[in-house]
Design a protein around this ligand. Sequence first.
Ligand SMILES: Cc1cc2nc3c(=O)[nH]c(=O)nc-3n(C[C@H](O)[C@H](O)[C@H](O)COP(=O)(O)OP(=O)(O)OC[C@H]3O[C@@H](n4cnc5c(N)ncnc54)[C@H](O)[C@@H]3O)c2cc1C
Length: 258
Amino acid sequence: MKIVVLLKEVPDTYGERTLNLETGLAERAGADNVVDEIGERALEVALSYADANDGTEVTVLSMAAEGATASVRKGLAMGAAAATHVVDEGLLGADLGLTAEVLAAALQAEGFVLVVAGNQSTDGQAGMLPVMLSELLGVPGVTNLSEVTITAESVSGVRASDDATMQVSAALPAVVSITEALPDARFPNFKGIMAAKKKPIEVKSLADLGVDANDMTASRSIMLSVSERPARAAGVKVTDEGDAAGQLAAFLAENRLV
Ligand SMILES: Cc1cc2nc3c(=O)[nH]c(=O)nc-3n(C[C@H](O)[C@H](O)[C@H](O)COP(=O)(O)OP(=O)(O)OC[C@H]3O[C@@H](n4cnc5c(N)ncnc54)[C@H](O)[C@@H]3O)c2cc1C
């Protein structure tokens, strides 16, 4: 079985993250970029299945800037057999529609039985890509799984909502997305890091995939303007001179908080 894991490179959440107010795009060049942790967990799901099932091939797929090779290679060091890295200047500022189209084209080109993604990235946070991919690929999308069971014919799992816990299942081929409830990913060991240097990374452009980033008849969203969030206003300080409760109640009522 071939399992493709979607790994996204993101600006480190522990570092400084900034938005360029002229372009409206996230500043990726100066940021500390890392593999999104949820993507690493997705890879762990695939590798754990491969550990127990001979004949499983796990690969990683990433659409990211040219400098993201180290992140892609980390997936190989963890245990993936090969990687595809989609790089193209036309992808700068790609929205969800274009990203989904590109990843779907790459998945169709390399073939898959199961695609495993994170449920939501830590930068874009759309939480939409996996289901958009399943639509474009014409396969079931089983999203937000907090437990995953893979067999030769199907993928099933548990999806928790606010009010209920659902058992969901789909026949393969399928796309699944997983949540942070799944186990932490393994660390790449020395052997894995050395082996990763020899594993293949196929670099593909938009032309290779037959996707036109400028085709505005496709479902693309356009950002019209961007502005910085206003600085937070200072709070109201209530000094208790015997009437604090009244002042607090008046404040809450005035701000429609009660
Ligand atoms: C060079 C470059 C610059 C970009 N600049 C911007 C920018 O400045 N602003 C902006 O809004 N968007 C930008 N994008 C696109 C953006 O990074 C996302 O890939 C896309 O919009 C998906 O949104 P999301 O992460 O919110 O998706 P979600 O639906 O939250 O992602 C869920 C899961 O889908 C998978 N996934 C998502 N994106 C990718 C990916 N690119 N590669 C592999 N797997 C993925 C991961 O498994 C992830 O956990 C850029 C892309 C590239 C290549």
